[in-house]
Design a protein around this ligand. Structure first.
Ligand SMILES: [Zn+2]
Length: 290
């Protein structure tokens, strides 16, 4: 299922997350653990089972508690745990979510950072809150414009700066880096998901991403090269290549006006798979909306 938030709703959540981020610190890296401390929300780490939730916000006898599942990689201070706590802080701060918990509705386990895989609008809202809490728009765009590297190299630097996952950083970067047309995620056994940027979809008509078959990828493509990198390594080497729009997208005539050159970059993130970023090859602007 692919959910999408209404623009007005998304704007509300962005404003809320920005306020909470600024309240924590005006510059530098936002700390979800510090926010919990300031708001008297307890954080409890425990083993709740592999394949089960990442986090859960519960209200127990007047005390807010965020449960973090160690079995799904949410160890204290890890990038994943930061996102999980930020996601639960979304449920805590978004008035409608909070109201439900205060009314005695059962807490639900959250799978943080599912984005396109989110199974309800509440989960997508909490993910949106989390991404923008950890990567406040002003700070993010300032850094993005400063970097002046290729899109995926920029994402690599941004995720180090903000201590965020490849996926959430790439999604945030696509909103603010006008060069990025599409991002795609591959698992070791096949295609996982993709997102097309709004301007590319609406204005340029790149609507049908068709590089979804691992076996059909050109051997010399950046994605194929990254997929063949060892999944034990952690050097995050970026592969780069050039494709045509007609090759990447359906309904684009080869040699036609929209058949532009596309920069393909791909990186392996250990056993979690490969992230590919497709961007316009020639665009001097960076960080401006098309
Ligand atoms: Zn949730």
């Amino acid at each position: 299922m692919s959910l999408k938030l209404q623009r007005s709703r998304e704007a509300e959540i962005l404003e809320l997350s920005n306020d909470v981020a600024d309240e924590d610190c005006r510059t530098g890296r936002v700390s979800p653990a510090r926010i919990c401390n300031a708001k008297d929300i307890k954080v409890a780490h425990n083993s709740y089972g592999i394949g089960r939730f990442d986090g859960m916000l519960v209200l127990s006898e007047g005390q807010w508690v965020i449960l973090c599942n160690l079995d799904t990689g949410n160890s204290p201070g890890s990038t994943r745990e930061r996102f999980t706590i930020a996601h639960e802080l979304g449920h805590y701060h978004i008035p409608e979510h909070r109201k439900q918990l205060l009314a005695g509705c059962r807490s639900h386990g959250s799978y943080a950072g599912a984005f396109d895989g989110a199974d309800s609008s509440e989960e997508l809202e909490a993910d949106t809150f989390a991404a923008n809490l950890l990567m406040p728009v002003d700070r993010f765009v300032r850094k993005l414009n400063y970097l002046r590297q290729t899109p995926l190299a920029t994402i690599r630097a941004l995720r180090q700066e903000f201590d965020t996952s490849w996926e959430s950083t790439a999604i945030q970067a696509m909103r603010h880096d006008a060069r990025i047309i599409t991002i795609a995620k591959w698992k070791n056994d096949g295609f996982a998901w993709h997102r097309i940027s709004e301007p590319a979809f609406k204005a340029d008509g790149f609507r049908k991403f068709q590089l979804r078959d691992m076996a059909a990828l050109p051997r010399d493509s950046a994605t194929a090269a990254a997929l063949s990198d060892a999944d034990t390594g952690n050097d995050h080497r970026i592969h780069e290549g050039v494709l045509t729009a007609a090759h990447c997208f359906g309904w684009v005539a080869a040699g036609g006006k929209r058949d532009i050159l596309i920069r393909e970059e791909a990186v392996r993130n250990g056993r979690f798979g490969v992230l590919s970023v497709f961007s316009t090859l020639e665009s001097p602007q960076n960080g401006t909306k098309r």
